[in-house]
Design a protein around this ligand. Structure first.
Ligand code: SF4
Ligand code: SF4
Length: 142
């Protein structure tokens, strides 16, 4: 499983595919507590900031100031975080109770692209732990 300094790098957003051509995936974000939203660095670029600005009806500068910060160690701009009861910290846009993104339509490119394959490592782990515990709501921490 990922270590503490988890980073979602910026990647090109794959072109949208027609629904009938989308390949099957083996994870279900609707049943997950949003583990990937608790990564320490969720990198955002200008396009992400502009999208969020349109979503909130504010300037890009305001989005940058209110919702992002510059991480001098990683040298990237990242979404701000808040405390999280399960994982220690989470993206400030993650609804702490529903475990859902509150800016889903305007979420950054990294969030759209993740996990970039048919499988999500955390979801496989979560499924295994839930089966093992006999609790379909169990929140597995790493
Ligand atoms: S991509 Fe994986 S970790 Fe992220 S919400 Fe979906 S199942 Fe959970
Ligand atoms: S913007 Fe939404 S999808 Fe992206 S990390 Fe934050 S809560 Fe998760």
């Amino acid at each position: 499983m990922p270590t503490k300094r988890r980073v979602i790098p910026i990647v090109e957003k794959p072109a949208e595919k027609p629904a009938e051509k989308q390949t099957r995936v083996f994870y279900d974000c609707a049943k997950c507590p949003g583990y990937c939203c608790t990564y320490a660095l969720i990198e955002v670029g200008k396009r992400d900031i502009a999208r969020l600005a349109r979503h909130f009806g504010v300037s890009p500068e305001e989005v940058e100031r209110r919702f992002t910060k510059y991480d001098s160690g990683a040298k990237v701009r990242t979404l701000r975080h808040r405390k999280d009861e399960h994982f220690g910290q989470a993206c400030r846009f993650l609804d702490a109770e529903k475990r859902r993104c509150t800016v889903y339509e305007a979420r950054p490119g990294v969030c759209r692209a993740y996990p970039e394959g048919k499988r999500c490592g955390y979801y496989d782990f979560l499924k295994f732990e839930r089966e093992h515990q006999g609790d379909e709501k169990y929140v597995a921490t790493t």
